[in-house]
Write a protein that binds this ligand. Structure first.
Ligand code: ADP
Ligand code: MG
Length: 220
């Protein structure tokens, strides 16, 4: 069984022409899948459908065989983590440490486990020296790493990232790529939206292209 499956998914925003037309694909919780395509074609919309933030006009999306229309956002979020195109949208805590611990506390983990996971994740994302800093004052790269850390600490099986290289210089892109490689090495999948062809060619194991409402597989 595929980890996630999209079956005949179509979507249009209210009163607008159809944006996504009969999208079919499945992904496993392994490897790095890239979704690319021109600006404004519907990539972000498709990713929001995948995490239940939007609902298909027709068609179905299943997660581990279960239709996500019957799941709450919290249930989906435990399996699929989502990092917004603009990480500022998801940072709201007074310190970097609290940003990472917030979701864990919501899962009602014992406090010593929360603190252990925060301690482990700060150096992993090179944020240790910023533990007490205010998240919105970090650099672009640091904000992006923090947004990923705050989602990844919840151990989702699939991580969905919207344009993760935006605002990163070559070195920070390299760090992000290495971080994504570490994630898939720990038996998780990454699904990233990007039109950064160098980054995609370097890191993606599978490339999907969205064009005129339809999805095609690179090389097919
Ligand atoms: N909430 C919304 N309501 C109406 N139209 C939207 C909304 N969000 C995005 N759109 C439109 O849908 C199209 C696809 O947007 P988007 O999914 O963000 O594309 P991409 O991520 O490929 O650049 C664009 O024309 C955009 O203006
Ligand atoms: Mg987008």
């Amino acid at each position: 069984m595929a980890f996630m499956e999209l079956l005949q998914v179509s979507f249009s925003y209210r009163g607008q022409k159809q944006l996504l037309n009969d999208i079919n694909f499945s992904i496993h919780n392994e490897g790095i899948t890239a979704l690319t395509g021109p600006n404004g074609i519907g990539k972000t919309t498709l990713s929001k459908l995948m995490v239940g933030m939007l609902v298909p006009t027709t068609g179905h999306i299943t997660l581990k065989g279960q239709d996500i229309s019957g799941m709450t956002l919290a249930q989906i979020g435990r399996l699929v983590g989502y990092v917004f195109q603009n990480p500022e949208k998801q940072l709201f805590c007074p310190t970097v440490s609290e940003e990472i611990s917030f979701g864990l506390q919501n899962l009602e983990l014992p406090e010593h486990d929360v603190q252990r996971l925060v301690k482990e994740n700060l150096p992993y994302f090179e944020l240790e020296h910023l533990a007490q800093s205010f998240p919105l004052q970090l650099s672009e790269g640091e904000k992006r790493r923090l947004a990923i850390a705050a989602v990844l600490v919840l151990e989702p099986e699939l991580l969905v990232l919207d344009e993760p290289t935006t605002g990163l210089d070559a070195y920070r892109k390299h760090l992000l790529g290495e971080c994504l490689k570490k994630i898939v090495a720990s038996e998780r999948g990454v699904f990233m939206i990007s039109h950064d062809n160098n980054f995609i060619n370097r890191y993606a194991s599978r490339i999907l292209i969205l064009e005129n409402g339809r999805l095609k597989e690179h090389g097919c």
